[in-house]
Design a protein around this ligand. Structure first.
Ligand code: HEC
Length: 112
């Protein structure tokens, strides 16, 4: 019995590691999806952060201003928003890989 229990536990760990592996080596986003995200970034994010990301209702998201902020926490801000502020969560539209792509685009500098 204990052997089976252990086997089940190890299988669980194995499956979990497979899952996290599939996230870390996720296929690159298709060119089409990247174009959609770029559009979202300028139209939707830009409606608050400014078309040139120089700020509006939301703060400026220029490479200079984002440079010394932790990338992970910026990704989390995009996914989950900032409760109590106008920054909404985007996890219904974006997965983590896509949110990371958006942050990396912002770090490179986005202009329409
Ligand atoms: C309805 C307005 C609104 C929209 C739309 C919006 N944001 Fe925001 N965003 C804000 C506000 C306001 C803040 C500042 C929150 C605070 O005070 O902490 C913010 C903060 C952020 C931050 C953190 C900046 C920092 O310096 O820490 C990031 C990154 C960000 N937004 C990215 C995005 C992205 C990417 C999108 C589009 C997917 C987006 N935002 C859409 C209003 C918005």
């Amino acid at each position: 019995m204990t052997v089976t229990k252990h086997a089940t536990r190890y299988l669980g760990i194995f499956m979990a590691s497979l899952f996290s592996l599939s996230i870390s080596v996720a296929a690159p986003l298709s060119t089409e999806r990247q174009a959609t995200l770029e559009h979202l970034l300028i139209q939707d994010c830009g409606s608050c952060h400014g078309l040139r990301m120089t700020g509006g209702l939301g703060p400026a998201l220029t490479p200079q201003l984002l440079a010394d902020k932790p990338r992970e926490s910026l990704i989390a801000t995009v996914m989950f928003g900032r409760p109590g502020t106008a920054m909404p969560p985007w996890d219904a539209l974006l997965n983590e890989q896509e949110a990371a792509w958006m942050i990396d685009r912002l770090l490179q500098g986005v202009t329409p």
